[in-house]
Design a protein around this ligand. Structure first.
Ligand code: KG4
Ligand code: ZN
Length: 349
């Protein structure tokens, strides 16, 4: 089965062709264009700018994704229909709907977060351009920790496509907190990768910051208190007196607290629910401390439980993950009628 995936929920315009056959996958193409550098000038995402760039990129990106494979061979078109920025979503979605109508190919609407869940299954992704690679299997029940710029969720999976959100952030998403802290420190946008870099040079125990919701007794998160605590530390220190050492220390301390809360709550939920697999996904899953500490804690606390982490190239927004989610939906017969399906910026799993 060959699926053309299209993703345009935020500031990345992406198209990919994924083939899945007998438990193996091959990536025929994976194209991503991003307006992130332009957004950096504004210190964050400006939805109007993101949407304008989506419109500019969408056709060239789809065209490029189809260079390596003939259109006739495509079986399905999978597209993100939410959650995300409404005007950005519409661009990829309308393109996919139009292609579905003109080419007479069945359409599959995919939740962006569904894509992040399955991104960890595409192991040896870079070699799949040449050879088929095995799709990793999920042993159910499974728990997914989804961490991005817009979401922080713990999702229980009873089976493929059977999701239950068991916990989520009550305020800021963790990626948003990374971005806002970077802004406070004038480090630029997006904040996640910059903070992670600076954190490598700092002491994670240097600044005392609150670990919100750790003992809350539920699976929810809160990162706004942590962000505000950093703001007060910056004010106390004096914004005009900031120096590299102190900035490195606050970045390391902030990252450590954020990672610790994510890891401890995930491990606790996995214990309570007796899951067999833990999945990680979303832009923040590129964070090397999160990857390391989650793997270490899972190994320490569980015997035989599998932890699946996406390759760095698939942690950010891409269309391969949308195509893979589309594959599971096609396999289950969950197709969408292009006449009826809609985008939903607040779509839930
Ligand atoms: O999944 P994603 O690409 O877009 C959304 O769906 O939101 O996630 C983007 C988020 C941004 O907040 C960015 O700062 C964060 O992922 N991020 C990181 C790292 N790389 C990207 N956060 C922490 N550490 C990183 N290395
Ligand atoms: Zn995302």
């Amino acid at each position: 089965m060959k699926i053309l995936g299209i993703e345009s929920s935020c500031d990345e315009t992406a198209a990919a062709v994924l083939e899945v056959k007998g438990g193996y996958f091959r990536v025929w193409s994976n194209v991503v264009s991003s307006s992130v550098k332009l957004q950096a000038k504004y210190g964050g995402i400006v939805p109007e700018v993101a949407a304008r760039k989506q419109m500019e990129y969408i056709i060239p990106v789809i065209e490029k994704a189809l260079v390596s494979i003939s259109l006739k061979k495509i079986d399905y078109i999978a597209v993100t229909n939410g959650p995300g920025l409404i005007s950005s979503l519409r661009v990829g979605f309308e393109a996919a709907r139009t292609l579905s109508f003109v080419w007479q190919k069945p359409l599959i609407a995919v939740n962006h977060m569904e894509g992040h869940i399955y991104s960890a299954l595409l192991n040896n992704f870079q070699f799949s351009i040449f050879n088929f690679q095995k799709v990793r299997l999920i042993k159910f029940p499974a728990l997914a920790l989804l961490v991005s710029g817009g979401h922080t969720q713990l999702v229980l999976l009873k089976d493929y496509l059977k999701y239950k959100i068991i916990g989520e952030t009550l305020d800021d998403a963790v990626g948003e907190a990374f971005d806002k802290v970077a802004k406070m420190l004038d480090l630029g946008y997006p904040g996640g990768p910059i903070i992670a870099q600076r954190a490598k040079l700092g002491n994670p125990l240097a600044v005392d910051l609150p670990r919100s919701m750790l003992g809350s007794g539920d699976n929810n998160f809160s990162f706004s208190g942590l962000k505000t605590a950093v703001l007060y530390k910056v004010k106390d220190f004096g914004k005009d007196k900031l120096n590299d050492n102190w900035v490195n220390d606050i970045c390391a301390s902030f990252q450590q607290v954020a990672v610790e809360v994510l890891v401890r709550k995930t491990v606790k939920a996995a214990q309570d629910l007796k899951v067999k697999t833990i999945l990680l996904g979303g832009g923040v899953s590129a964070n090397s401390e999160l990857r390391r500490q989650l793997t270490e804690e899972v190994k320490k606390n569980f015997k035989g439980i599998e932890i699946l982490i996406p390759e760095i190239k698939l942690t950010g927004d891409n269309a391969v993950m949308i195509a893979l989610a589309g594959y599971y939906k096609a396999r289950a017969g969950k197709l969408s009628d292009w006449r009826k399906v809609k985008v939903d910026p607040n779509l839930r799993l």
